[in-house]
Write a protein that binds this ligand. Structure first.
Ligand SMILES: N[C@@H](CCC(=O)N[C@@H](CS)C(=O)NCC(=O)O)C(=O)O
Length: 308
């Protein structure tokens, strides 16, 4: 295997993973697919991240990337295409992306009828698995700081979002500029999620959204090869983290033990030694008995950093 190829730890029905799979396709970046369980424990990912429990996680050798904001930037570098990693300089698009990855994402599921969600879960997980999945996600949200709308309020919110997207797409093919980019993938994934739950198009009242949705789908996932979790761990073990080129901000507690915790949901901390902290990202080193030295990368936006 090629140890420098990006490995994506993900599962099929993860909307945020779909965002990344499409960006990999758009950037023509070859990648390895390592399928993860839909809920912890995740023996293919936990030893790499040291606790971060969200999906997707990307890996390049002994460098581990948490959060799609950062993974998208890595893909943009690999593809030499900045629009895959950054939003366009357009406040109306930025606002749509913020909504898509906030309440709209949750509303895809909290707005669906309980019966429909139950049927969807039962088909995927069976009875025992559905019970475990619901318990897991309830626990994840209970310890979180976000309280998404439910029922009719969630449905109104989702529809209002589609109507605003329809207006945005009136005079443009893509949200990101001349080609599909990060903004398109970010706005697409909650709609894709709802389409999967409903098993039919949810955009039919919005012709511009429908045309755009089909164009984003057609981009596909690119050149992907399956990889086992064991091979992904072996790749980490056989590699050294890449050289640190980041220049840390002056007040960064570099060299100290820190914990990094998402500030919204799935608030499991990762502990390690801070080795770099710029204005937009940070890296913690984890010296592990089984896999050696790993560098775990996080964006700063959306994560709390505490010194221990
Ligand atoms: N801000 C994160 C959000 C990721 C996220 O919420 N992922 C969902 C799956 S789409 C998740 O991790 N759910 C809980 C789980 O899979 O354990 C990102 O951009 O990567």
């Amino acid at each position: 295997m090629d140890h420098q190829r990006l490995i994506l730890h993900h599962y099929t029905y993860s909307p945020y993973a779909e965002k990344i799979r499409l960006l990999l396709g758009a950037g023509a970046v070859p990648w390895y697919s390592a399928i993860s369980p839909e809920m912890p424990p995740r023996p293919n990912v936990d030893p790499l991240t040291g606790g971060y429990r969200r999906i997707p996680v990307a890996q390049i050798g002994a460098d581990i990337f948490c959060d799609t904001a950062l993974i998208a930037q890595e893909i943009a570098c690999m593809a030499d295409n900045p629009s895959l990693g950054a939003l366009p300089d357009d406040p109306s698009v930025e606002q749509l992306v913020g909504r898509a990855e906030g309440d709209v994402f949750f509303s895809a599921i909290t707005g669906a009828s309980q019966l429909r969600v139950l049927a969807w879960l039962l088909m995927g997980f069976g009875l025992k698995g559905t019970r475990a999945f619901m318990k897991d996600r309830q626990g994840m949200m209970a310890s979180g700081t976000v309280r998404p709308p439910r029922g009719a309020a969630a449905r109104r919110l989702f529809d209002g979002f589609l109507a605003d997207l329809e207006a945005q797409l009136q005079h443009r093919e893509w949200l990101s500029g001349d080609n599909m980019g990060c903004a398109d993938a970010a706005v697409y994934h909650p709609i894709w999620f709802k389409t999967n739950i409903y098993k039919r198009s949810v955009t039919q009242s919005y012709p511009n959204v429908t045309r755009w949705y089909q164009a984003v789908s057609a981009v596909g996932h690119g050149d992907c090869a399956e990889l086992s979790g064991a091979d992904a761990l072996a790749a980490a073990k056989a590699s050294q983290p890449r050289a640190l080129l980041e220049t840390s901000v002056p007040d960064a507690p570099v060299g100290q033990q820190v914990s990094i915790t998402p500030n919204d949901y799935a608030r499991i901390p990762v502990r390690g030694t801070l080795v770099a902290m710029t204005s937009s990202s940070l890296i913690v080193a984890r010296d592990t008995a089984d896999l050696g030295l790993l560098h775990v990368h996080f964006p700063r936006d959306g994560y709390e950093v505490s010194t221990l």
